[in-house]
Structures are given as structure tokens and as C-alpha cells.
Design a protein around this ligand. Structure first.
Ligand SMILES: Nc1nc2c(c(=O)[nH]1)N[C@H]1C(S)=C(S)[C@@H](COP(=O)(O)OP(=O)(O)OC[C@H]3O[C@@H](n4cnc5c(=O)[nH]c(N)nc54)[C@H](O)[C@@H]3O)O[C@H]1N2
Ligand SMILES: Nc1nc2c(c(=O)[nH]1)N[C@H]1C(S)=C(S)[C@@H](COP(=O)(O)OP(=O)(O)OC[C@H]3O[C@@H](n4cnc5c(=O)[nH]c(N)nc54)[C@H](O)[C@@H]3O)O[C@H]1N2
Ligand code: SF4
Ligand SMILES: [Mo]
Length: 740
């Protein structure tokens, strides 16, 4: 091509969001010249959103770290990998020896779920450190759904998803999949799937304090008072019982606790809950009747229903409605995916298990219960600040930016400065990693392999897809699993020069022996040439529900076959899995977990809480991803951070579009640009999260030039759903005053 590098085409699954779209990348040498959807991808069929093109800017971003950084005398200097690990070996083991394992906190961020190396090897690091002080983005997000699913179905990750291609009625609460592209529900091209649902005569209804793009694509939109979902859902359940609309269907024989739920929802009639949720009793009854009458229906609740003080109750009630109306585990209803690899609900004895427990330990300072091995992320600052045994002295962050992503980042920033040592695995010097002593960057997403271990467990259709690296890694750059393995070696006392392949062999052997017992030797031999995450994946695929069982079932899956299938392997629509999927001790679906029934008393006592005059909620934006994509020019030019205000509030407060306002809560005060919008429910303001890139010491050139406003500066790190530990991010009372 006239002296230019020859163009080649490569395929890669997009690592940015849960939709997991297959991309087609046109490359000229190591440059991306075009990004589009991979039409032959069996799962996403060519769909992409505008963020996909950000892959090029991310790969080329001069601010993206290519070398480790070490802080010396308060300034970051570039270091070799040997120097970085030597610094860690010099400082971390000493802290662990002096202060104990809990002195080292670990924070896992959103990208950990999107990267196979991070997901599988951060777990190993956490096991090696064995700290109680484990935190993650889950308590800013979906922990309530893990807990309700764990209590009802026996495993934290047995989360049902709507079978969108066969449903006739979809009730969406607190989610905006047209923009977010779906969450706890891997469903690329939601918009067209919703369109098809309506075209075949079905109906979509959205319950949200904002008329979102998803609401605009729906048949009906219902405003709800932020934090009011539990009351709305209780009113729905009440109506189903009162109007004798309950039909459990096939799964009925596996459900226990229906009578307890009937009694528990008795006091929450639509008439009593209406004011608290801001939805008229007649509307609640009508929606319950429509849900019950639909041939196939699914209720889906997401981030807006989790990040509130009754998050676990909401998450539970969503599935209670699915079950009570006979839509659970049925085609067109809410169904369990069956992932090909490493899903707990495909392992062990089908139909029974140990279930889940919480609160095996309490956090040291505020006594928050451990849930799914974690404490709430809002506890980090107090655990660093408060002296005593178990105080956090060292912190390891992995793909996590809690200074922007979590409430009250200002307090967290001050606390992080008090640490004796902080390590960040991250690709940017940003608001959080500026506090680190050592930053260890991962490779560009073009340089690593990809398989969605987590999201194949949440997919609208079963599938197996693998991406090989598009480009070779630059010299010296380790894969992130290798970096985590080396940290694990240091923590285990094997030193920075630990042979990570040998360590990986040992730890993998232990894992396999636990699972395969006497077969372990043969199993390991079968995957012998592989190393790292690929070996674990091959083990998972071969032992999984579609696997070749290490040769016993020659038609079954293994990694070679998945690698050879360029657009992936389609494993069909979701199919009923109850009772096989259950891992509860009773072998039943627990409709009435005692912990949840007890929490209803809290809700009942709160039923008459008056609405604050003005509250704030968050939103996601099409050209942005949480806190870290504002540095990519192609995306930055399309998104801006504005506070959406209903016209009646704007008029009352003297606010105008394009003008600025001061927003104040009892936690903080920020300035924001105003956008008057009748998409907002009166009394509710919406500001996107992940902005506020004006903090000193970060190296985000593009983001700093349009920093936006930090929503989380207004929120309270001590406000949580007490059951799941999820932080309350929605419905904070605020005041607004115009600024000249
Ligand atoms: N107010 C409010 N706050 C929210 C939310 C909300 O709705 N409202 N949403 C919450 C939700 S759902 C989530 S998931 C959290 C997310 O919050 P975080 O877990 O902090 O995730 P991100 O903000 O996406 O930041 C990702 C971090 O990983 C780094 N990174 C990106 N790619 C890689 C990589 O390949 N390797 C490594 N090692 N690092 C990488 C980025 O530089 C950044 O530091 O935010 C939450 N915060
Ligand atoms: N473009 C883009 N895509 C993303 C992300 C991103 O930052 N940008 N982030 C990714 C991540 S980490 C996640 S977890 C997913 C989340 O995916 P979604 O759950 O779809 O997230 P949001 O778009 O924030 O939608 C939440 C909705 O809840 C509404 N809401 C707020 N409070 C309440 C309430 O009290 N009740 C009800 N019923 N609704 C309420 C908000 O108005 C908003 O419309 O998106 C992912 N995809
Ligand atoms: S929807 Fe998500 S996975 Fe698909 S292209 Fe956009 S960012 Fe990537
Ligand atoms: Mo999230």
C-alpha cells in the first residue's frame, strides 16, 4: 500500500462494557484505522456503540502508562519493572510482617470484571494476602443483587436475566440499557431487541425518575421518587396476592415461602405506598395486572434499584414478581444463563448447595457486615484513618478509581496520603493512583487476550467467544496476570524474582486437586502446554457443561475449538434450569429469606417519610465509561457533564440552561453547569458520575481540560443498604443556588 503498512483485519471482543460486542479492527501495522462491529459475531451480530472507537484513542493515548512509576520524594519517576517489583519487595512484606495481613487492603475496580487475567489472578492475590479488608466496585453497584440471588437461589452469581427475544412484556426499573448497553444482563443492541419486542406486539415499560432514552423507546414511562422502588414493588406484590393473580407454574414445586411473602406484603397496599414511591395506587395496580396478564413477562431492575438504602429488598422483589407471575425460568421470562466455563452454578452437585451467608466478620471501625468476602467500599477511609490492630497501612488498587467513583473522595484522598505504602495496577496516573507509591500499568487492550468469564454468566444467549491479542506486547511489558502473580509471589515470601510459571503451576495444581481429586494429574496433563488464564479457561471449558470432559466427550468444547471459531460459538437460547441450577441447602427457591423479611420492618417504619424538596441522582452517558474515558479525545468531544433540572424547579430556583449553579448537600458542595430538561421528574436533579478531573497530580491531559463536576463529592460514604453494604448513590437531598 504505497509504502504504508499493509492493512489487516483483526477481531476482538470489546472490553469496555458488559455488552461484550465483537469488534472488527482494521489495522495498519500497530495503528487502528477502523473500528466497526464484527458482523459474523454469533452474539453481537455487528452491533457497536460509539465507545468502541475509543479503543484507538486508548491505544494511542500518550497519557496511558507504558512503564511503571515509582514515587520518589513526592514525584513520580519512570522505572523498570525490576525496579518497581524491588521497591514492592522492599516495602510490602515488612508491613505485613509488622502489622499483620489485615494491614494490607485490596480494592478491585470495574475493569477487573472485564479482564480475564485480572479477574482470575486478583482472586489469587487476595487469597495470598488473606486480608479481611477487601473492597470492590460491587458495593457501588450490584452487591444487593448478589445477595438477594444468593439467598434465593444459593449462589451469588445465579442472577436471572430477561429472555428478551421471547418476552411479551418487559418492566425495567432503574436501568437505561439504551445508553448503558445493559448491566447484569449482557445484551448487545438492546435498542433493536426492544424494538423487535414491541414489533411482535409486546410492551416495554420503564420506571425511572428521568425520562431516559430507554423510557423514550418504551410504551410507557412512569416517574418514581428516588429510593421509592421497594415500596412500588411491594405494592405490586400486594396487588398480585390481593387480586388473586398468583400463578407459579412449573417452578411452583420448587418454591418455598409463598405464604410468608403473602403475609409480609399485606401491609403494603398500593394505596399506602403510593405517596412514598410517587406513583399513584391505580398505576401500581394496573402495572401488576398487566404483568400478570402478559403471556411471557420479565421484570428487570438495575443500578438505580441497587444503589439505594433498600437495594437488597428491591433486588429480591424484582425476582419475587417474576416468580409469582409464573415468568421465572420460563422462555420469555427471567432465566438463568448457563455459562460454558467457571460458573459456580454449573459446578458441584446440581440442585443443592451450601447457599450463602453474610456477616462472617464485621468491619473494624463501623461494624459493617462482610458480604461475598467484602466490606463496603465506603469503609476504606475510616479503616485507614483509625489506629489499632487491623488498621490498613498498605493498599493495593486494581483497576479502581474510588477517589472519583465512591462517595466522599475528598476524605478518601486524605486517608490515602496517610498510608505507609500503596500500589496501583492501573493504566493511568489519575485521581486515585496519584496517591500510590508504585503504579504498575497493564498492556493496551490490543495486546491482551480476552474471554468474558463473568459476563457469559449474565448473557441473554449462551455463547463462548475468545479473542487473541491483536498486537504483540511491547518489550518488557508483562501481562496483568503475570504482574498479579509476581505480587502474589512477593506476598507469599518468594520474592520479586519468583518464577511465576512455577508459582502458577503450583497454584493451578492446588485448584485442580481440589476440584478433580484423583483425576487431577490427567486433567493437568490435558491442558499442559497452556499457562496463565488460558490454562484456567481451558480447564473451565473442558470441565464445564458443554465441555469435552478432557476427551470423554469428543464433541464437547475446549479452548482450541473456541479459539478456532472466529465469531464465537453460539450455545443457543436460554433454557429452563430449575432445579438443577439451585445451590440452596433446601434445594428450593427460597422466596422468603428471613433476613429480607426482617428488613421489611425497616421499610414499613419508613413508609411515611416525606419527600425532600430536591434530591440528586446519577446517570450514564453514551460517550463515557464511569471515571476513566474522559481522556479519549474522540469520546471527550461528545460528552459534557451537566445537571439536568426540571423546568419547574429551574424556575423556582432561578436556574437557566448554560448557566452555573452551586449544588450543596450535607456532605459537600460543587459547581455544575445547568441543563433544564422536562425529562426530569420535578424535585429530582441528575448529574453523571465519574467526572471531577480537576485534582492536582493526575496526568489526564484531555480530561483535565473539561473536568466536569464530581457527583460523589455530594454523597455520603456512611449511607448504605445495611444488608448488602451497597453505598446509597441515589436520592441525596440537595440545595441549588444559581451562580453568576
Ligand atoms: N454517584 C455514582 N457513583 C458511581 C456510580 C453511579 O451510578 N453513581 N456507578 C458505580 C459503578 S456501577 C461502578 S462499576 C463504579 C466504577 O468505579 P471504579 O471501579 O473505580 O471503575 P472506573 O471508574 O471505571 O475506573 C476504572 C479504573 O481502572 C483503570 N483501568 C482501565 N482499564 C484498565 C486496565 O486494563 N487495567 C487496569 N489495571 N486498570 C485499568 C482506569 O484508569 C481507572 O482507574 O463506579 C461507581 N460510582
Ligand atoms: N455509556 C456507558 N455505559 C456504561 C457505563 C458508563 O459509565 N457509560 N457504566 C457501566 C457500568 S459500570 C454499569 S454498572 C452499567 C449500569 O447500567 P444501568 O443500570 O443501565 O445504569 P444507568 O444508565 O446509570 O441507569 C440507572 C437508571 O436509574 C435511574 N435511577 C436513579 N435513581 C433511581 C431510583 O431510585 N429508582 C429508579 N427506579 N431509578 C433510578 C437513573 O435515572 C438511570 O436512568 O452501565 C455500564 N455501561
Ligand atoms: S456497547 Fe459496550 S461492549 Fe459494545 S462496543 Fe459499546 S462499549 Fe464496547
Ligand atoms: Mo458498574
Amino acid at each position: 500500500m504505497n509504502g504504508q503498512a499493509r492493512e489487516t483485519v483483526a477481531h476482538r471482543i470489546c472490553p469496555f462494557c458488559e455488552a461484550c460486542c465483537g469488534l472488527e479492527l482494521t489495522m495498519a501495522g500497530d495503528k487502528i484505522t477502523k473500528v466497526r462491529g464484527h458482523a459474523a459475531d454469533v452474539f453481537s451480530g455487528g452491533y457497536v456503540c460509539p465507545k468502541a472507537v475509543g479503543l484507538k484513542d486508548l491505544h494511542e493515548d500518550p497519557d496511558r502508562l507504558r512503564q511503571p512509576l515509582i514515587k520518589r520524594d513526592g514525584r513520580f519517576v519512570e522505572a523498570t519493572w525490576e525496579e518497581a517489583f524491588a521497591e514492592i519487595e522492599r516495602r510490602l512484606p515488612r508491613i505485613l510482617q509488622t502489622h499483620g495481613k489485615d494491614a494490607c487492603g485490596i480494592v478491585l475496580g470495574n475493569p477487573v470484571a472485564h479482564k480475564i487475567g485480572l479477574l482470575l489472578y486478583a482472586a489469587r492475590l487476595a487469597r495470598a494476602v488473606s486480608t479481611q479488608n477487601l473492597f470492590s466496585a460491587s458495593t457501588l453497584d450490584q452487591m444487593p443483587k448478589h445477595l438477594s440471588s444468593g439467598l434465593m437461589f444459593g449462589d451469588w452469581l445465579s442472577i436471572p436475566v430477561p429472555d428478551i427475544e421471547r418476552t411479551d412484556f418487559l418492566l425495567v426499573l432503574g436501568a437505561n440499557p439504551v445508553v448503558s448497553n445493559g448491566s447484569l444482563w449482557t445484551v448487545p443492541n438492546f435498542r433493536d431487541k426492544a424494538k423487535a419486542l414491541r414489533a411482535r406486539g409486546g410492551k416495554m415499560i420503564v420506571v425511572d425518575p428521568r425520562r431516559t432514552d430507554t423510557a423514550k423507546a418504551a410504551d410507557q414511562h412512569v416517574f418514581i421518587r428516588p429510593g421509592g422502588d421497594v415500596f412500588f414493588l411491594l405494592g405490586m406484590a400486594h396487588t398480585l396476592f390481593e387480586e388473586k393473580l398468583i400463578k407459579l407454574g412449573r417452578v411452583g414445586q420448587y418454591v418455598t415461602g409463598v405464604d410468608e411473602v403473602r403475609a409480609a406484603v399485606q401491609e403494603f397496599s398500593p394505596e399506602r405506598v403510593a405517596a412514598r414511591c410517587g406513583i399513584a395506587a391505580g398505576t401500581i395496580r394496573d402495572l401488576a395486572r398487566q404483568l400478570a396478564a402478559a403471556k411471557h413477562a420479565a421484570v428487570y431492575g438495575r443500578v438505580g434499584t441497587c444503589t439505594q438504602e433498600y437495594g437488597t429488598l428491591c433486588s429480591w422483589l424484582v425476582d419475587v414478581l417474576n416468580i409469582l407471575t409464573g415468568n421465572f425460568d420460563e422462555p420469555g421470562g427471567a432465566m438463568f444463563p448457563k455459562a460454558p466455563a467457571l460458573a459456580v452454578n454449573t459446578l458441584g452437585k446440581p440442585g443443592h448447595g451450601r447457599g450463602v451467608v453474610t456477616g462472617r466478620r464485621k468491619s473494624r471501625v463501623s461494624g459493617a457486615a462482610e458480604v461475598f468476602g467484602e466490606f463496603p467500599i465506603g469503609c476504606i477511609a475510616e479503616e485507614v484513618e483509625t489506629p489499632g490492630e487491623g488498621q490498613i497501612k498498605a493498599l493495593i488498587t486494581v483497576g479502581s478509581n474510588p477517589v472519583l467513583s465512591a462517595p466522599n473522595g475528598a476524605r478518601l484522598s486524605t486517608a490515602l496520603e496517610k498510608l505507609d505504602f500503596m500500589i496501583s495496577l492501573d493504566i493511568y496516573l489519575n485521581e486515585t493512583t496519584r496517591h500510590a507509591d508504585v503504579i504498575l500499568p497493564g498492556p493496551s487492550p490490543l495486546e491482551d487476550s480476552h474471554y468474558d468469564v463473568a459476563f457469559s454468566q449474565l448473557s441473554y444467549r449462551n455463547h463462548a467467544r475468545y479473542s487473541s491479542p491483536v498486537l504483540p506486547r511491547t518489550a518488557g511489558q508483562p501481562d496483568e496476570w503475570e504482574t498479579l502473580a509476581r505480587l502474589t509471589g512477593i506476598v507469599m515470601g518468594r520474592g520479586a524474582k519468583v518464577d511465576i510459571d512455577q508459582l502458577d503451576d503450583e497454584l493451578t495444581k492446588e485448584d485442580v486437586q481440589r476440584m478433580a481429586g484423583p483425576m487431577a494429574g490427567a486433567v493437568l496433563k490435558a491442558v499442559a502446554p497452556r499457562r496463565g488464564p488460558e490454562r484456567l479457561l481451558d480447564l473451565g471449558l473442558r470441565a464445564g457443561p458443554y465441555g469435552d470432559q478432557f476427551g470423554l466427550k469428543s464433541s464437547g468444547l475446549n479452548l482450541d475449538k473456541v479459539m478456532a471459531a472466529e465469531g464465537g460459538i453460539d450455545l443457543g437460547p436460554l433454557s429452563p434450569r430449575v432445579p438443577e441450577v439451585l445451590r440452596t441447602p433446601s434445594g428450593k427457591i427460597e422466596l422468603a429469606p428471613p433476613m429480607l423479611l426482617a428488613d421489611l420492618k425497616r421499610a414499613a417504619a419508613d413508609m411515611n417519610k416525606p419527600a425532600a424538596e430536591l434530591v440528586i441522582i446519577g446517570r450514564r452517558q453514551l460517550h463515557s465509561n464511569n471515571s476513566w474515558m474522559h481522556n479519549l479525545p474522540v469520546l471527550a468531544k461528545s460528552g459534557s457533564c451537566t445537571a439536568l433540572v426540571n423546568p419547574s424547579d429551574a424556575q423556582r430556583l432561578g436556574l437557566n440552561s448554560g448557566g452555573k449553579a452551586r449544588i450543596t448537600s450535607n456532605k459537600g458542595s460543587v459547581e455544575a453547569e445547568i441543563e433544564v430538561s422536562d425529562d426530569m421528574m420535578p424535585g429530582v436533579v441528575s448529574l453523571p458520575h465519574g467526572w471531577g478531573h480537576n485534582l492536582p497530580g493526575a496526568r489526564l491531559t484531555v480530561a483535565a481540560s473539561h473536568p466536569g463536576t464530581n457527583l460523589n463529592a455530594l454523597l455520603d460514604e456512611n449511607q448504605r443498604d445495611p444488608l448488602s453494604g451497597d453505598q446509597v448513590l441515589s436520592g441525596m437531598p440537595i440545595q441549588m443556588t444559581p451562580l453568576e
